[in-house]
Design a protein around this ligand. Structure first.
Ligand code: CP
Length: 315
């Protein structure tokens, strides 16, 4: 695997292999010697044109745990503000020695352009591009869910027949898209729930059931997992429609809705969360919440992604 741009590109065997390598990486993190020599001599550049806490820091931790040198680049405060292009920025970073570029960018497709343009020879990992994809987020979500469902017997398995509700601002969510492609490739049944105004055009062609009624979806689907999404107000124009109160009342995971979920249903959120808005604290902090497990899995997942792309191993 040279680049990681999308989960839509992954076959089931490839996806299961990435999850199994993530299991290997997670196992090393439980042992005393946490640092592996795998990427010694390689340089990983985190090239972030949008804000991030989890993705940027866990890519940095992952690269360091594989013994790579890490350069963190934020567009704010760089020559990007003087008009430098993505091509010139990436070529500058490669001239400094980048072997891998981890790119977060507001434009959908920017990582694919960087990977396929021939501007650079480095591997490119998509750390979130516009509303398009966030593949390592979906991989860490699938890893977390597979562990919750199959435990120590996870290796080699998909998520066949697992029922997942993905709830909220589907329109702007790259997390929803990457999860939809990956979860269905792994055999899960996905229902997308949210306001009609926050559903993308053409959603009827996606491999998912669509619902606008969260209470009905919970009752009908009896989900094994519910994944709440952040409402991305920064990607909306001034009118936030529906209103915050309407959104929270109809599509938020309130304490009442949390109580209506099956007792075994796992509660997921990619973060950052808007507590009390799309998710109540009683749900976010419950033992059934995987929010912090997802963050921990992010390091092992990104170790696997860096290893597979930087060394060209497997998958
Ligand atoms: N889930 C996620 O991408 O979080 P950050 O924006 O903090 O990286």
């Amino acid at each position: 695997m040279r680049h990681l741009l999308s989960t839509k590109d992954l076959s089931r065997d490839e996806a299961v292999h990435v999850l199994d390598v993530t299991e290997d990486m997670a196992a090393t993190q439980l042992r005393e010697v946490k640092k592996l020599p795998t990427l010694r001599g390689k340089t990983v550049v985190n090239l972030f044109f949008e804000d991030s806490t989890r993705t940027r820091i866990s890519f940095e931790a992952a690269a360091k745990r594989l013994s790579a040198d890490v350069i963190s680049f934020a567009a704010k405060g760089s020559s990007v503000s003087k008009g430098e292009s993505l091509q010139d920025t990436a070529q500058t970073l490669e001239a400094i020695g980048a072997d891998v570029i981890v790119l977060r960018h507001p434009a959908s497709g920017a990582p694919a352009v960087l990977a396929e343009s021939g501007w650079i020879a480095a591997s490119v990992l998509n750390a979130g591009d516009g509303t398009h994809e966030h593949p390592t987020q979906a991989l860490l979500d699938a890893f977390t869910l597979r562990r919750r469902i199959h435990g120590d017997g996870s290796r080699g398995r998909g998520l066949d027949g697992v029922r997942v509700l993905v709830v909220g601002d589907i329109l702007h969510s790259r997390v929803a898209r990457s999860n939809l492609w990956l979860l269905t490739t792994l055999g899960a049944e996905v229902t997308l729930v949210g306001p009609p105004t926050l559903m993308p055009f053409g959603i009827g062609d996606w491999p998912a059931t669509v619902s606008y009624d969260l209470d009905a979806a919970i009752a009908e689907v009896r989900p094994d997992a519910i994944m709440m999404l952040r409402v991305q107000r920064e990607r909306m124009s001034d009118a936030f429609f529906p209103s915050a109160r309407e959104y929270s009342t109809l599509w938020g995971l309130s304490a009442t809705r949390f109580a209506a979920l099956p007792e075994t249903c796992v509660v997921m959120h990619p973060g950052p969360m808007n507590r009390g808005f799309e998710i109540a604290s009683v749900a976010a902090d419950s033992p059934r919440s995987t929010v912090l497990e997802q963050v921990t899995a992010g390091v092992s997942t990104r170790m696997a992604a860096l290893y597979l792309t930087a060394t060209g191993a497997g998958a």
